[in-house]
Design a protein around this ligand. Structure first.
Ligand code: T46
Length: 145
């Protein structure tokens, strides 16, 4: 499985840092929704689902957390520790977010509006969906963009 991590360009100056994200330029899709989670309690894991068509970029803009991605064939854990790094999560990918630091703010840029019908919450159903998706990459590694 290839994992795509975006390294965004910080516009630093004497005052500090600023990161700007534009759809189709820094982000490979139209951004239709932004949400974020914070004050996640210690030991809590979130997610445990996949999406039929939603694409997302996850940015831990404060603190740190870990993301487990699972394409139905293999799993990978990606730490998110920098506010200028974004993890691309395509459709047909089971995800879990865990190991949140108490100060973590995980921001998500999403390609679609909220739609419960796009969620796959049953793991067996996900495996069947991923198998029939036919786009599981065989290549390995973390790709930085
Ligand atoms: C995902 C991971 C990374 C809304 O009303 N609108 C929204 O846009 C979202 C995302 C959630 N909600 C409501 C639905 C639930 O009542 O907020 C509550 C918590 O959502 P959920 O349990 O789905 O949160 P997570 O952290 O398990 O998953 C979320 C996203 O739902 C999911 O798409 O990929 O973050």
């Amino acid at each position: 499985m290839i994992v795509t991590k975006y390294v965004f360009q910080p516009h630093g100056d004497a005052r500090g840092q600023l990161v700007a994200l534009e759809e189709f330029k820094d982000i490979p899709f139209r951004i239709k929704r932004v949400y974020y989670m914070y004050e996640t309690l210690e030991g809590v894991a979130r997610g445990h689902h996949a999406h039929k068509s939603l694409q997302q970029i996850l940015v831990c803009i404060h603190g740190c957390c870990k993301i487990r991605l699972d394409n139905g064939k293999e799993k990978k854990v990606i730490p998110l520790e920098k506010p200028y790094e974004g993890l691309y999560v395509p459709n047909a990918m089971w995800r879990e977010m865990f190991d949140f630091s108490p100060d973590a703010v995980l921001m998500v840029l999403a390609s679609e509006l909220y739609d419960e019908a796009d969620y796959i919450r049953d793991y067996e159903e996900f495996l069947e969906f991923a198998e029939n998706c036919g786009d599981a990459a065989e290549a390995e590694g973390v790709e930085e963009k």
